[in-house]
Design a protein around this ligand. Structure first.
Ligand SMILES: NC(=O)CC[C@H](N)C(=O)O
Length: 305
């Protein structure tokens, strides 16, 4: 029997919206604090291209760390397994911007989704790409089928103006020899990566290749099947920082969150779902986003478990 996704989405949306909206909008990046905390949107896209949406799904928001999945995909495609000489694939069990573990691990970040790992990935791309900003953006536009995506320099500069921790992380990495380029240049590139904005509709479509074994819906290969499997595994174990276990327990989908309040998650072989609600729980993940997904996979039974 065909699942009536639209009906389920509407139903859960109403329940979650009627409930509490706890947590805080990320304010350590001043520009993110200006967002309306009541915004709430969801889009689910199936691999046979059925699209179901509810709420503020057409409004673009700052995808922040969700973009790290795309930078990782490109770096992995370029370097293959050699990428893992520079960073690991283990969950960190620490906050996304933690410095403490990096010292014990001698400058090798635990995984590509904590800030230290994502900054190393930016360093790799900065070395490998001929025109880093243009080439990364072209790649993201291609994967998303959104030719008008751009970096948002207001958000990037806002983050840069208070980016003390990321500056510390980058310099710390450099002191261990795990940053090849100038620390400032790599950071600037990282802030721009995090500044990209998409709507739930666009984000859901962008992540479809990870639900479709590495291929875009038109059959074009972004990653091969083994690489897509591995990116999904890293999303499953590391996509929600020190809440990854809890997210797996409640939701059971590989996914990635961002401090803009977005979440993108996939059920391989079935669908991609993107959500946006800016208030974050204490681990930095969207409060309503996690709640919605928990209800959704529980009600449909459609999770990887
Ligand atoms: N979790 C996130 O979305 C963090 C990304 C943000 N740009 C930062 O570095 O702090």
């Amino acid at each position: 029997m065909q699942t009536n996704y639209q009906e389920i989405l509407n139903h859960i949306y109403d329940i979650v919206k009627a409930g509490d909206n706890l947590g805080y909008v990320a304010s350590y990046i001043p520009e993110l604090a200006t967002v309306d905390p009541e915004k709430f949107g969801v889009t689910l896209t199936t691999i046979d291209e059925q699209v179901y949406s509810v709420g503020d799904y057409q409004e673009r928001f700052s995808i922040q760390s969700i973009a790290k999945v795309l930078s990782l995909s490109l770096a992995y495609k370029l370097l293959g397994v050699h990428l893992w000489d520079r960073l690991g694939v283990e969950p960190s069990g620490n906050p996304f911007n933690s410095l403490v573990q990096l010292e014990y691990d001698l400058g090798i970040p635990r995984n590509p989704f904590i800030n230290a790992g994502a900054i190393v990935i930016c360093d790799v791309l900065y070395t490998e790409l001929e025109h880093p900003y243009e080439d990364l953006l072209a790649y993201i536009r291609h994967v998303s089928d959104c030719p008008n995506l751009t970096y948002n320099s207001i958000i990037a500069n806002s983050e840069k103006s208070v980016g003390y921790r990321n500056i510390a992380v980058t310099n710390f990495l450099k002191s261990f020899g795990n940053i090849e380029n100038e620390a400032e240049e790599v950071l600037e590139f990282y802030f721009h990566l995090c500044s990209i904005q998409m709507s739930c509709e666009e984000l859901s479509r962008t992540f479809l290749f990870l639900a479709n074994h590495g291929q875009k819906i038109n059959g074009e290969e972004i990653l091969n099947i083994g690489q897509a499997k591995r990116i999904n595994a890293i999303m499953q174990t590391c996509g929600f920082y020190d809440e990854a276990g809890d997210f797996a327990y409640k939701v059971g989908l590989p996914g990635k969150s961002g401090v803009g309040g977005g979440i993108a998650a996939v059920l391989p072989g079935a669908y991609s779902i993107a959500l946006w609600s800016p208030r974050l729980n204490e681990k930095g993940n969207s409060y309503r986003g996690v709640k919605f997904l928990e209800f959704f996979t529980t009600k449909t039974g459609h999770s990887i478990f």
